[in-house]
Design a binder for this molecule. Structure first.
Ligand code: URA
Length: 243
């Protein structure tokens, strides 16, 4: 398998490896220290080493190719999975994009039935930054819940609850609309655990029947239609990198 990256000038070796999307910078440092990285046929095991676009870099037997970083936002429809391939022949979000030669992939996961904001990129560092719990990046979801939830119960999510994998807390929860059978809520969380919104709502003895991610921090869907995508602007990319 080859990985494609394009870097101009000299950069730290671990940064080039991470930017290729192969692994995180920390993992790249481990690989360097473990004698697993070769630059132009020579093993490099010193962390401060620099390399360039013209160098041949082989990591754990795999050659890195150099490619420019690209960033897209997709409004994911239901019934698509957020992986690049699927062994069960389900549709993947990659089928919604075309004409992109770079090897992009989805940042983080949305459930098959969740719709909304998904970032696609080939920038492994940004991917790692956006999903790493340390950065506590806030994502906003709109969830239609059935049966309806009382305001005082919903407040428990802001105080924090204990699920089977530990303590979780919403940054903010609001009722947008409610009637005798359903409640539409907006929920902001920085936790990235599996099925987290659904599990938080289940804790309140209700069930999510529709879920949409509407924002990742400042980045919103705007007027992007379901199933459509667009390039992120340079300003948006710079802001995401600084979150
Ligand atoms: N929480 C969920 O339950 N599902 C998602 O897809 C995202 C967050």
């Amino acid at each position: 398998m080859s990985y494609i990256v394009k870097i101009i000038g000299m950069e730290r070796l671990q940064k080039i490896i991470a930017q290729s999307g192969l692994c995180s910078r920390r993992k790249a440092e481990e690989l360097i220290l473990d004698n697993k990285v070769m630059v132009n046929g020579k093993i490099i095991n010193i962390l401060g080493s620099q390399a360039s676009f013209d160098d041949e870099i082989i990591v754990d037997g795999k050659k890195l190719n150099l490619e420019k970083k690209v960033y897209y936002i997709l409004n994911k429809p239901s019934n698509y999975i957020t992986t690049t391939s699927d062994t069960h022949n389900r549709k993947t979000v990659m089928e919604l994009v075309s004409g992109i030669k770079e090897r992009i992939y989805p940042v983080g996961r949305l459930d098959i039935d969740t719709t909304g904001l998904l970032i696609l990129t080939n920038d492994g560092e940004l991917d790692n930054h956006l999903i790493h719990p340390r950065y506590e990046i806030v994502k906003e979801y709109i969830a239609l819940c059935k049966p309806s939830i009382k305001k005082e119960d919903l407040k428990k999510l802001e105080e924090g609850i204990i699920l089977e994998d530990g303590f979780v807390k919403a940054n903010e929860v609001k009722i947008l609309r409610t009637d005798s059978s359903n409640t539409l809520i907006s929920l902001k969380i920085s936790v990235g655990k599996k099925h987290i919104v659904k599990r938080m709502v289940e804790y309140l003895d209700s069930k999510v029947i529709q879920l949409q991610r509407v924002a990742i921090d400042f980045l919103t869907l705007g007027d992007l239609e379901v199933g459509k995508y667009r390039k992120l602007t340079d300003e948006e990319v710079e802001k995401l990198k600084k979150l």
